[in-house]
Design a protein around this ligand. Sequence first.
Ligand SMILES: [Zn+2]
Length: 298
Amino acid sequence: MHKWTIGCRIFWLSVLCLVSLSATAQDYPPAWDKPFPAHRVVANLYSVGTYDLSSFLLTSDDGHILINTGMAGSTALIRDNIEALGFRLTDVKRLLTNQAHFDHVSAMAEIKELSGAQLWATAPDAKLLQDGGFSDPLFGGSETFRPVSVEHIISDGDVIALGETRLTVHEHPGHTAGSTSYSLRVHENGRDYRVLIANMGSINPGTKFHEDETYPGIRDDYAKTFKSQKALDVDIWVAAHASQYGLHDKYKPGQPYDADTFVDPEGFFALVAKLEQRFLTALDEEKQAAQIESEQKH
Ligand SMILES: [Zn+2]
């Protein structure tokens, strides 16, 4: 991909990070629940989320998997998007999430009731899902979304099978302790595509890595996630926020389906490198601040 496009995308990502600084479950960017038309990403993977908060539907003859649900008011948008593609919310059998923050799971409880699907999550994210984000080290202390029960714990390397779909679980902790990406292979156009539904290692304001760390082991978690992501084989990638994977640069409503629309390994690895750099800078800055503080005490 053209360097300018990557630079531009990263610029907008920085803007978005500033926006999310003040975002709460009541006060958040309008793009989070602005409607956006459902569309096919590749093969049996569809995007059914809002303008910026991704929800992904993986369809099969034996039922569907839905990943992420957006804000509390987004249930109807997601259901309408699923129906616009000719599928039904009641055929969703598994619910998953990239990360248990309110912007990705607030409609989960309602969608679970309407679909009757099972919610599967990693152990750390299951805790947040079941207490409505109360125990979240950054945003917790009160519920930030409606609590929802988890039926099954998933962990790194697990394969979630439904119909023909085989979805591999990648634990990518740091952003939340249970953040998760999912990968699958699809066959289209006479070739295989390696597809990643990624949770990127972005850092929320207020995160601490040294003294008073946000949660025990967070520094190692981020480091592990960047290492894992750099080693992945990726042709097509999408992520929890549309802005992260450049949805609106790559796809305009009504654009005809093309299996290559979301092929962008360079964009993925450029963003992983950018976020890793941001992590290393945050570590340095925190260390320097601690040093200055201790010097002032002496
Ligand atoms: Zn988050």
